[in-house]
Design a protein around this ligand. Structure first.
Ligand SMILES: [Zn+2]
Length: 667
């Protein structure tokens, strides 16, 4: 899922660092008070402004050595990040709605200010005058210049002004869209009969009204199990439709506004489409390459999807003793019948899996396998946190004992909290200033235990957190996850494999208190079969999302109606479009920084599976782990992603493992 929120389009080139003192001690996140945020926000921006004014005044000759100038630039933004990093996190996770709102208002100001900075020709010229003397400086210098150029520093004044309006507007639209989903208070009422099929433990946690009916909202832990287990087809249908409409119709309007504004933005730069503009600094480079990749995936998985739906229909017909022609599979019943088939064919009950993967034991296990692989340690410490259940850990290097960074973990759902799983790279690290990175891992897990999907999610997000914390870059701006957006998922996707293989999973039971069943060969085989079974449906869905994202950002964007495009594309899939659903109103990715980026999940996976091959048959090999830590994780965005992969693998990346994966043929 999303690892951080980009409040502006140029956030990637903004960074962190510190003034001259060295940070060898733990640094933690500040606690905010809602009422103080507006003043703090203004003061911080004013402070950065002053420093930048000084920066602009420094007399530089042409070809001035870049090192000192870049270091200064990085420091200024590191100090800024000390404030906006935590603000960005707070706006998503703080328990107080007032504080979240105050933080969001501040984000708007920050984003406006960032645009101002990156449209400032004097600052641009200062960087432009420098000459880099090594690859790291050359890359960082170019990243900063790209940030300026993408914010229109070279455009004529009136276009520049228009661009600023567009960027400000996009930030507000993006926030409103997210808020409409997150703060939707709607609860659906279900009778006890409609909950048949769901386990006692699930029902016990639900709210009831005076009529004795249950009230369900849109949090994952409530929605997901319902769609897989509730026997009532009508109830699932009602819930599914409401779920896709949870962004409300307002969000369809906001999405259209965003698409139009992005198109206009691209045109200011003389680009035919927003996709052309957005892809120029990614691994994929242009829409043609992305579309070609997606078409290839589509033609590979579409027949598989059809076959899987047919299997589900036959299974349903047999179970209900009805003719196959009458056994329909719909969006709201696909999850249910898949789960039933899983239970029958593979004897895997996802709810039962929670006994194998208790939440706390899963975390302790994850710490242990990561410690072994990368030679690190996690040490809990008591620090100020935004909510009582949030945990904090120092992450240290086992060999040197040195503090590497800090990890916050916020695991359980609560009202108003960000509803998915994500990692915020709150602070980046820098070897120049000994600045230590901080990551915050946010999930919405069941308290007792995880099913196998959730365990994968945990490991995936942990991969993002480690990418941040094990970063060892010269500049904070290039720390950890500051890589190309179509590579950023790769380390996390690769790490998911650690939640699938026996050599890693079988040790999880060592961390259970009290005892829990141990994962054995039989279960591993079943989990694998289950995973392979759903490949067609899963990758078709991913391809649909990615193609939809691309379809919204073509040269014809102004004529495009988001819901119409969605209906058309979803209708071409095996399960079709469900009337009255409004998926685009709650497709957070394309409004939250992953626009023209959804393909990146599969693009990254190509890299992830290729890199995974270096581990061979032993995922617990600390030698490969050390090599990977050095070549990939520690490098952040200091090098281009393609170079990182070549450095690690010793050859050009290829997509063989990925195509084996999506067709269920990977060993
Ligand atoms: Zn992710």
């Amino acid at each position: 899922m999303k690892r951080f929120k980009l409040t502006t389009l140029c956030m990637l080139s903004m960074g962190m660092g510190q003034w001259a003192f060295a940070e060898t001690e733990r640094s933690t996140l500040p606690k905010f008070q809602a009422k103080d945020i507006p003043t703090q926000c203004d003061a911080k921006i004013a402070d950065v402004k002053t420093k930048l004014a000084e920066f602009a005044k420094v007399k530089l000759k042409n070809n001035a050595p870049a090192g000192a100038v870049l270091a200064k630039w990085d420091q200024i933004f590191a100090e800024f990040e000390d404030f906006y990093g935590p603000i960005n996190l707070a706006s998503n996770v703080d328990p107080s709605a007032d504080l979240r709102k105050a933080a969001e208002d501040c984000e708007v100001k920050i984003s406006q200010f960032q645009t101002e900075v990156y449209q400032d020709g004097k600052l641009y010229q200062q960087i432009k005058k420098t000459k880099a003397s090594d690859e790291i400086d050359r890359k960082y210098r170019q990243d900063i210049l790209d940030g300026f150029e993408d914010t229109g520093v070279q455009l004529p004044a009136e276009k520049q002004a228009r661009l600023k309006v567009i960027l400000d507007e996009l930030t507000k639209i993006q926030q409103e869209y997210a808020r409409n989903i997150r703060d939707n208070p709607e609860k659906l009422e279900f009778t006890p009969a409609e909950l048949k099929g769901l386990p006692e433990s699930y029902i016990a946690n639900l709210k009831k009204n005076e009529k004795g009916n249950y009230l369900l909202g849109f949090d994952y832990p409530e929605y997901r199990p319902f769609m897989e287990l509730a026997d009532s087809d009508d109830a699932r249908k009602r819930y599914q439709i409401a779920y896709t409409r949870r962004g409300t119709e307002k969000n369809l309007v906001l999405l259209k506004q965003a698409i139009d504004l992005r198109h206009e933005l691209a045109q200011l730069f003389g680009k035919a489409s927003y996709a052309d503009w957005a892809l120029k600094n990614r691994m994929a480079k242009n829409p043609e390459t992305v579309n070609k990749f997606l078409n290839e995936v589509h033609s590979t998985v579409a027949p598989l999807e059809k076959k899987e739906v047919q299997t589900l229909r036959e299974f349903k017909a047999k179970t209900l003793n009805i003719p196959v022609e009458k056994a329909e599979i719909n969006r709201w019943s696909e999850g249910y019948w898949s789960e039933k088939l899983r239970q029958e064919k593979y004897k895997i009950d996802q709810e039962k899996m929670r006994e194998y993967f208790p939440t706390q034991a899963s975390q302790d296990w994850l710490f242990a396998i990561s410690s072994n692989l990368y030679g690190i340690e996690f040490k809990p410490a008591k620090v100020d946190v935004w909510q009582d259940e949030v945990e904090y850990y120092d992450v240290t290097d086992r060999k040197t004992g040195q503090l590497l960074g800090g990890l916050y973990i916020d695991k359980f759902p609560r009202e108003g909290k960000y509803g998915h799983a994500a990692v915020w790279g709150v602070k980046g690290g820098s070897t120049l200033t000994q600045r230590k990175p901080i990551s915050a891992l946010v999930t919405n897990f069941n308290r007792k235990g995880l099913n196998s999907d959730e365990l994968e999610t945990f490991v995936h997000e942990f991969g993002h957190a480690l990418h941040g914390i094990l970063s060892n870059t010269r500049y904070a701006s290039q720390s950890g996850t500051s890589v190309e957006r179509d590579f950023v998922e790769a380390p996390s996707q690769m790490y998911e494999e650690w939640a699938r293989r026996k050599e890693t999973l079988s040790t999880l039971a060592d961390y259970c208190k009290p005892v829990c069943p141990r994962v054995d060969d039989e279960l591993i085989g079943k989990l694998k079969a289950v995973k392979n079974y759903g490949r067609g449906l899963f990758y078709s869905r991913q391809t649909l999302y990615a193609q939809y994202d691309m379809a919204l950002h073509t040269a014809d964007a102004l004529k495009t109606q988001p819901l119409d495009v969605w209906k058309k594309l979803e209708n071409q899939t095996a399960l079709g479009y469900v009337p009255t659903t409004e998926f685009p109103g709650q497709f957070g990715h394309i409004m939250g920084g992953y626009q023209v980026g959804y393909y990146g999940y599969m693009w990254s996976e190509v890299m992830a599976l290729d890199m995974l091959s270096a581990f061979g048959d032993n995922l617990n090999n600390p030698e490969v782990g050390a090599r990977y830590r050095k070549a990939i994780l520690s490098q952040g965005g200091q090098k281009k992603a393609e170079q990182l992969v070549v450095d690690f693998l010793g050859r050009e990346p290829d997509n063989k493992a990925f195509f084996q994966e999506i067709t269920g043929q990977r060993d």
